[in-house]
Every structure is written in structure tokens, then in C-alpha cells.
Design a protein around this ligand. Sequence first.
Ligand code: SAM
Ligand code: SF4
Length: 349
Amino acid sequence: MIAQAPQTTSLGERASSPENIDGFGRTISYLRISLTDRCNLRCLYCMPAEGMTFMHPSHYLRREELNTVLRVAVQMGIRKIRFTGGEPTLRPELVEIVRDTRSIEGVEEIALSTNAVLLDRKAAALKEAGVDRVNISLDTLRPDRFRQMTRLGNIEKVFAGIRAAWEVGMRPLKINTVVMRGQNDDEIGQLAALTQRYPIEVRFIEYMPIGVSYEAWRASFVPAAEILRACEQNGVLIHVPQERYSGPAERYQYMGAPGKIGVIHAVSTSFCGYCNRIRMTADGLFKPCLHSDHVFDVKEALRMRGEEGVRDVLRHVLRKKPLQHHMQVPEGALANTRYSRLNMSQMGG
Ligand code: SAM
Ligand code: SF4
């Protein structure tokens, strides 16, 4: 059973500068950057076990180029930056890139998405360089299942990474769990129960149809409503109002619990009307929407025309940002699985 708490803040941000308004009047203030398409894991829902081809690091935007792109983006109204991948901790200059970004006037928040395998060693330096907070992928609490779902991973390293992120003060700390039928859907209750013991947010993400056949995706898809019902087995859930860091998650809390639960229903309900984000790949391709096939090459524009080229590309990205994705309808899901030219690890999740 879910009790309603009063809604005190509004999710939709409104225009602050005309430069960051897209064609549908949404304010775009959040940029997600994939720093590499490589990863030290092979999660079932993200990459095939074998046969991945990765871009050569010489194709990445160089550190100083990335800084120029970010500076222009911030001048145009970007306020929050997330470094992701692939696995961003594999990028050798990650700490320096974070430090460069922190020095850009106008950046309000720097976040990191990581599988945390290497975070134990890197958390202190990343925090010192300027990472405010972290989202850590963790789909199971069982070592054997973790190895099976990631095909490579050692869960103890992830636990050490989570502890390190907490100890250096990365807050709020969020755990991201993609729910797949027959893989980890029987653990929803246990993962949700972590929020009854720890002041963290566990976010359950609907499995998105990217880079797999429609049939394979459909067989493993668990809708948000079912995820929520499984969480309710532990106790009464109170609906939590949206706040600055909640993003697209619908949030809940057990009575008296220190932590929160988030449910990201990207497939079953669209939150495109509130979308405030754009994405960029490691080699400088901007994507206006995770699920659209439009890409805009900022690297070429930067090398040919400097900052003005970057500004023009960003204007195009905002103009081309679609009103919504089409994952809800089967044909839309099918189109995503077939035609999305980039997979999740290239686009930055
Ligand atoms: N390697 C980092 C990590 O795992 O957190 C960052 C990159 S990963 C692509 C970013 C996010 O995308 C992760 O939370 C992951 O669970 C999510 N993700 C990947 N493939 C997905 C899919 N098919 N459906 C839903 N979420 C997915
Ligand atoms: Fe790697 Fe993250 Fe994709 Fe898992 S979800 S394979 S950790 S990029």
C-alpha cells in the first residue's frame, strides 16, 4: 500500500536563459558524457559477452577539447555534468578531467556513474578533484549471481567501492539496479530492504530495449508496477516528493527508513515532458535523446571552427531534441532494438 505525501517541489524546470531551451520549451541543464565505451564488466542488459568492438582511444575528444566543449555548454546553460561510460574509471585522465570541469564557473554539480569495481582506489582523489556524488550499478547482492550477470565481476570490489564513496562523502549515494525477469527479479525485496538500514537510495530501472531483439527484451522486461509491488512486501511505502537530485525516478520510502527507493519507469511511462538532458559520446557525438538516432559531431566542428562551431552544434542538438521516445509501443521498442546505432555503453546509459 502506498501513502501519498504532499508534493512540495515541482519537477519541471523553467527557462533561465534562452540558449538552453529546446524546440518544445524544455530547459536543458544536464549533460551526460561517456568518457569511454570500454568496460571491465559485460552486464547482460548492456553488452554482449563477446564481439564488442571499441573505439580507439585516439578518437576520444582530448582533455583540453572536452574542457572547451564543457565551457561552451555551461555558458549556454548546462549546470549539471555526469561522467559515465562504458566505465569512466577506466579513463586514465578521469581525475584531471573532473578537476578541469570543477574549475568552470557555473558548474553546479558533478556526478559519476560507475560499476565501482575500481572506486575503492579512486574515490578519495575523485572527491578531492570535485565529484559531488555517485551512482553505482549493483543488480544483485549474491556473489555468484553478480558474476553471472556481469560475466566478469567480483562483488567484493563493488562493496569496497561503495564503502569508499560513502567514506569520502559522496552524497547522496545511489545504487542503480536494472531488473530482469528470471535473473534478479526475486531479489527486489532484499535490495529494497537496504534502504531500511542505510541512508542510500536504491533505484530500480526498467530494462530498456537497446541492442537486443524485441523478443529477448520482452521476455526479460519487468514493469515498474510489478517492481513496486515487490517492494511493498517489506512494508508500507510513502511517496516522496521530487527534489533536486531525484531525476526521473518516482521515489518512495518505508516508514521511518533512513533510505529511499526510486523506480525509473522509462519504458512503461514516459517522463519525456520533463527531460532536461542531452548526451555526448567519448568521441564527441552529441545525442539529443537516448533513443533517437540523430547524432551531431562536435569534435569536427570544434577542430574546424573552434568555440563557435561547438555553439552551433549545441543549438542543433537542442533544436532536434524529440518531444518523446517511443519505447512504450511494441513497434517503438522494436525500432530501438534495431536501429539505435549506439548501444548503452557508448551512449552513457
Ligand atoms: N559503467 C557504469 C555503470 O554501470 O554504472 C556507467 C555506464 S552504464 C551504461 C549506465 C547505466 O545504464 C547503468 O546504471 C546501467 O545499469 C544502465 N543500463 C545499461 N543498459 C541498460 C538497459 N538495457 N536498460 C536499462 N538500463 C541500462
Ligand atoms: Fe559496463 Fe556499466 Fe554496461 Fe555494466 S552497465 S557493462 S558496468 S557500462
